[in-house]
Design a protein around this ligand. Structure first.
Ligand code: DGL
Length: 274
C-alpha cells in the first residue's frame, strides 16, 4: 500500500494527537471499546517535549499541527491525548477550529473520590504542574485534599526513547517515588499520558497501599459519547485512510525506526510525515 493510500469510506475518523507515544494506550483502549471508527495517530515529534515549553509555544505549535490534521485527514473528532496540550491549549483550539475536541486532563476528580487519607500525588510534566488549569481542577474537585504535584521529565524522555515496556526504570523512578512517599499520598494520578505505558512499573515502585489512577476509561467513554452526536464530515469531500495509520511530524532516521516499531506494536500503518 502506498504511504498515502486512501479510499472513500463512511467510517468516521478519530485522530489521537500527542507530542509522542503518550496517546497510544488511549487509542488502543478506544479501539478495544469501539471498532467502528477509522483511527489515526499523530505524534508531534517535531515539537516534543511540550512539557518543557511555554504555554504560548505549546498553543502555537499544536494549533499548527491541528490545522494540518484537519486539512489532510478530515477527522470527525480529535482527541488531544496529552495532558500538557489539553490544560494549556484546549480553550484556544476550541475557539479556533470548528471540530469537536476531547481533552485529557489529570484525573484529580476520580482520585479525590477514592483517596482515604485525602492526600493525592500528581505525576506530570513541568508545564502541567505549573498550569493554572490544574490549580483550578484541584480547587474544584479536590477541595480539602493535599495535592502533591511532581514533575518527572526524565521519565517521559526515557519512555519516548522506546522504554514503553517499563523495564530498566528503577533508577529513574526513584526520585519521583521519593517525593510521593514523603508527601504520604495514598493515591497517585498519572497526569502525563506517557506514564500509562508504564503504569505497572510505577505501581510496583510506589508499593502496596498506593493506588494509581489514570484517565483512560473516562476519555474512551467521552470520545464515544461525542462521536455519537457528531455528523462525520461529508464523505464526498473527505478522504478517509483505508487502514488505521500513524503519522509523525519531524522525521529523522532514528525517530522513524522507533515509530515504525510503535506502529507495528499498536497495529497501525506507519504513514511517515504529516
Ligand atoms: N504526553 C504528554 C502529557 O500527557 C507530555 C509529553 C511532553 O512533554 O511532550 O502531558
Amino acid at each position: 500500500m502506498s504511504e498515502t493510500a486512501a479510499e472513500l469510506t463512511p467510517a468516521a475518523t478519530v485522530v489521537f494527537l500527542d507530542s509522542g507515544v503518550g496517546g497510544l494506550p488511549y487509542m488502543a483502549a478506544y479501539r478495544a471499546a469501539s471498532r467502528s471508527s477509522r483511527l489515526v495517530y499523530v505524534a508531534d515529534r517535531a515539537n516534543f517535549p511540550y512539557g518543557e515549553k511555554s504555554a504560548d509555544e505549546v498553543s502555537q505549535r499544536i494549533a499548527g499541527v491541528v490545522s494540518r490534521v484537519i486539512s489532510r485527514i478530515g477527522p470527525a473528532v480529535i482527541v488531544i491525548a496529552c495532558n500538557t496540550a489539553s490544560v494549556t491549549a484546549l480553550g484556544h483550539l476550541r475557539a479556533r477550529f470548528d471540530i469537536p475536541f476531547i481533552g485529557v486532563v489529570p484525573a484529580v476528580k476520580p482520585a479525590a473520590l477514592v483517596t482515604r487519607n485525602r492526600r493525592i500525588g500528581v505525576l506530570a510534566t513541568q508545564r502541567t504542574v505549573d498550569d493554572p488549569y490544574v490549580a483550578d481542577l484541584i480547587r474544584r474537585f479536590a477541595d480539602g485534599c493535599h495535592v502533591q504535584l511532581v514533575p518527572a521529565p526524565d521519565l517521559i524522555d526515557r519512555i519516548e526513547s522506546g522504554t514503553i515496556d517499563g523495564s530498566g526504570l528503577d533508577g529513574i523512578l526513584e526520585q519521583p517515588v521519593r517525593s510521593l512517599h514523603a508527601a504520604r499520598v495514598d493515591t497517585v494520578v498519572l497526569g502525563c499520558t506517557h506514564f500509562v505505558h508504564i503504569e505497572a512499573a510505577i505501581s510496583r515502585a510506589l508499593g502496596d497501599g498506593i493506588r494509581v489512577v489514570d484517565s483512560v476509561d473516562g476519555v474512551v467513554r467521552q470520545t464515544r459519547r461525542v462521536l455519537e452526536n457528531v455528523s462525520p464530515p461529508n464523505p464526498a469531500n473527505v478522504q478517509t485512510l483505508s487502514v488505521d495509520s500513524l503519522f509523525i511530524t519531524g522525521v529523522d532516521d532514528r525517530t522513524e525506526r522507533l515509530y515504525r516499531g510503535f506502529s507495528s506494536a499498536f497495529s497501525l500503518h506507519f504513514s511517515g510525515a504529516l
